[in-house]
Design a protein around this ligand. Structure first.
Ligand code: FES
Length: 170
């Protein structure tokens, strides 16, 4: 059929095109189901994206609160005047063996902006690299912006293991 003859066929142009629908009529049931499914998926995604971070925040806090004691190291792991990071629940702890052989442990989270602190053997102090905050070996602030001391843990040595627990004073 030539082009001129095709343009002269009577009837609805969309029916002639063979797509089976109408632009101005009501949507077909399949389209409605698809639109409903897309809206439902979007709503569920929005709810999940809101509650997931909240749950992720609350669950570690609950884990940490229930954490009472951990084995932070073996005695042989730390020489005198050294420190190491260990896990206390979901948060870092800092275990220090002083030059005099005393064990000290703290929550290794800086009370300024939550950076992880570390032990510096040169100065025998605890240091926060983020804003140069320093603490003494009792966790007290020596200098820098931290607004309060580090949380101190209790340390007990049992056999070869160094056990760290939440301080009864805290
Ligand atoms: S986060 Fe430690 S000094 Fe700022």
């Amino acid at each position: 059929m030539c082009a001129r003859a095709a343009s002269q066929v009577p009837g609805n142009p969309e029916e002639r095109a063979g797509n089976g629908g109408s632009r101005n009529g009501p949507p077909s049931p399949e389209r409605r189901r698809l639109a409903t499914a897309l809206l439902g998926t979007g709503l569920i995604s929005t709810i999940v994206s809101f509650f997931y971070p909240v749950a992720r925040y609350l669950i570690p806090v609950m884990q940490e609160e229930s954490m009472t004691a951990v084995t932070a190291a073996k005695i042989s792991d730390l020489k005198l005047n050294s420190g190491r990071i260990f896990k206390f629940g979901s948060r870092p702890g800092l275990l220090v063996r002083t030059s005099g052989g005393t064990w000290k442990a703290f929550l290794a989270v800086c009370p300024h902006l939550n950076c992880t602190v570390q032990y510096r053997s040169e100065t025998q102090q605890i240091w926060c690299a983020c804003h140069n905050g320093t603490f003494d070996l009792n966790g007290q602030v020596i200098s820098g912006p931290p607004p309060k001391p580090l949380e101190e843990f209790e340390v007990n040595v049992r056999g070869d293991e160094v056990i760290v627990s939440r301080s009864r004073r805290a």
